[in-house]
Ligand binder design. Structure first.
Ligand code: TLP
Length: 354
């Protein structure tokens, strides 16, 4: 199988497995796991924040971030296809008691102008704005990257209005590779940053929430409430440490593979994708004009040994990562091309007979 469903499917490298085997561990609820402590210190340094918290998943990291930045009954502004909104089981509402003020965007990227118009002051009717959430890179919009200028405008504008900003940087290392800007600079104006060790960086699991020490102290308690007190979890932290040092430099290969896929897909009749807009490792392509449902395309590809997910009623998503090389991307592209052409041939033939 060539698995392009997500970069979450990456398997730990031999160096990660070795580090896990050798990891020194202790009880992390007592803060006595030396490897977790090292990971949190290193992650805080990379994020350019005072402190960091090792959490089991990105979803938990985002959930805790929203909780520590907001109060019950406030609104969180985000783009309408944000992971926080569409893929986290309404945790903003369930755990933090917040409403979402979703802004539709073309490429998943908010602008200060759009955010500004949605910030609500305290008044006798509306829910006040508690936080703004930005997704860097934006997953469902196709790995799009916020330019620094837009991020700065949003963060500075929000702060002037007394509103804090969370960055869902699940793939911030991809943004860093694409922009050529270090992670700490990209996240510098956001109050909190979540990033995943378990996506393109390849650790088996785990994410980081980073921010001011006072908020991370509160976050530690919420992590425990959510069931994230993981005890001798230094074994996972050890893989995370290797991921942080070894993986970021390799992401450009994934980006080149994604661009290659996008360029090939753009040549398939009926497929809609602009390869110039594929900046990182996510390729979202619209198959609606091929006359076939994305779920069918995904099922047919599976029969050919290629895994890609349908993400809505128009689009299929392919995510490149280090467990899929260029030769496998070539094979995947051939399979998609043949599948879609077969489909089109069948549709044309049945249209002729009817
Ligand atoms: N994304 C997953 C799925 O949940 C869709 C994927 O396959 O891409 N923020 C962003 C931007 C994400 O893409 C994800 C996971 C998360 C948060 C949550 O991370 P986990 O899966 O660790 O909870």
């Amino acid at each position: 199988m060539i698995d392009l469903r997500s970069d979450t499917v990456t398997k730990p490298t031999p160096a990660m497995r070795q580090a896990m085997f050798e990891a020194e561990v202790g009880d992390d609820v007592y803060r006595e796991d030396p490897t977790v402590n090292r990971l949190e210190a290193r992650a805080a340094e990379i994020a350019g924040k005072e402190a960091a918290l090792f959490v089991p998943t990105g979803t938990m990291g985002n959930t805790i971030a929203i909780k520590v930045l907001t109060e019950h009954g406030q609104e969180v502004i985000c783009d309408s296809r944000a992971h926080l909104l569409d893929y986290e089981l309404s945790m903003m509402a369930w755990f933090s008691g917040c409403l979402v003020r979703a802004i539709p965007t073309e490429r998943g990227l908010l602008s200060w102008d759009a955010v500004r118009r949605q910030i609500r002051p305290v008044n006798p009717y509306g829910a006040p704005t508690g936080a703004v959430a930005v997704e860097q890179t934006h997953n469902m919009a196709g790995g799009t990257v916020y330019p620094m200028s837009t991020l700065c405008e949003i963060c500075d504008g929000a702060h002037e209005r007394g509103v804090r900003v969370h960055m869902d940087g699940a793939r911030i290392f991809n943004a860093s590779a694409a922009l050529g800007i270090p992670v700490h600079e990209i996240a510098s104006r956001a109050d909190t940053l979540m990033f995943c060790l378990s996506k393109g960086l390849g650790a088996p699991s785990g994410s980081i929430l980073a921010g001011p020490a006072s908020l991370m102290d509160k976050g530690r308690l919420y992590r425990k409430r959510l069931g994230g007190g993981m005890r001798q979890v230094g074994m996972l932290a050890a893989a995370g440490l290797v991921a942080l040092e070894e993986s970021p430099a390799k992401l450009v290969i994934d980006h080149a593979n994604a661009k290659f896929l996008a360029e090939g897909l753009a040549k398939v009749p009926g497929v809609q994708i602009d390869p110039s807009k594929v900046e990182t490792n996510i390729v979202v392509f619209d198959v609606s004009a091929t006359g076939h449902a994305p779920a069918d395309v995904s099922a047919r590809l599976r029969q050919r040994g290629i895994l890609m997910n349908a993400i809505n009623d128009r689009c299929v998503r392919a995510v490149t990562h280090y467990d899929v090389d260029r030769a496998q991307c070539i094979a995947a592209l051939e399979a998609v091309t043949e599948t879609l052409l077969e489909t089109q041939a069948a549709t044309t033939a049945s249209a002729k007979t009817s």
